[in-house]
Ligand binder design. Structure first.
Ligand code: IMP
Ligand code: MG
Length: 184
């Protein structure tokens, strides 16, 4: 499947669908081992983390629960505004629970720093972060991430949940979006 032609708006496939799936399975195995005997709650950040989280959950051999939060930070732009607003809060109570926050990508770190502080205030018994992608940029906000899928260059990417103006989330690979698409 990895030799399927890329979408015409994609400049380059950065991580093939096969490579994504293989790494997600590795992360699932690592998480299964480190939470052995426990029942973590996975909290996905809508909407970007949904595709990753549903694959990750199926790669974890533990009695996991799933919950979601939604935040808005970017609008339709490709650069972080630094403003984080919660538009959907958790359904579950996380006090005393092992929480694994699942994100699509860490860029400036502003979103995750905010969410980590927000969730810490609810007294989980543990809180760790798992991100599929980590952009190699100068972080504006210092945030510790326990599980990372891939380090990627500082380019705007889409696919496997990541969007530009709500599009491309269903591409099975991670690709660099052509600058002409967003007028860059
Ligand atoms: P941060 O707060 O700057 O770390 O940004 C994190 C959020 O920005 C991610 O959860 C994504 O929704 C979005 N984002 C950052 N970089 C990209 C990208 O290259 N493609 C798509 N979305 C991105
Ligand atoms: Mg996101």
């Amino acid at each position: 499947m990895s030799d399927t032609p890329a979408h015409p708006d994609i400049e380059q496939v950065l991580i093939t669908a096969d490579a994504v799936q293989a790494r997600v399975n590795e992360l699932g195995a690592t998480i299964t081992a480190s939470y052995s005997g426990r029942a973590p709650i996975l909290i996905g950040v809508l909407k970007g983390a949904v595709v990753f989280m549903t694959d990750l959950a199926r790669a974890i051999d533990l009695p996991v629960e799933l919950d979601f939060m939604a935040v808005s930070s970017y609008g339709n732009s490709t650069e972080s505004s630094g403003i984080v607003r919660i538009t959907k809060d958790l359904d579950a109570t996380i006090e005393g629970r092992d929480v694994l926050l699942v994100e699509d990508i860490v860029d400036s770190g502003m979103t995750l720093r905010y969410l980590r502080q927000y969730l810490e205030r609810r007294d989980p018994s543990s809180l760790r972060i798992c991100t599929l992608l980590d952009k190699q940029v100068a972080r504006k906000a210092d945030v510790s991430v326990e599980y990372t899928g891939f380090q990627i260059p500082d380019r705007f990417v889409v696919g496997y949940g990541l969007d530009y103006a709500e599009r491309y989330r269903n591409l099975p690979y991670i690709g660099i979006l052509k600058k002409s698409v967003y007028g860059g």
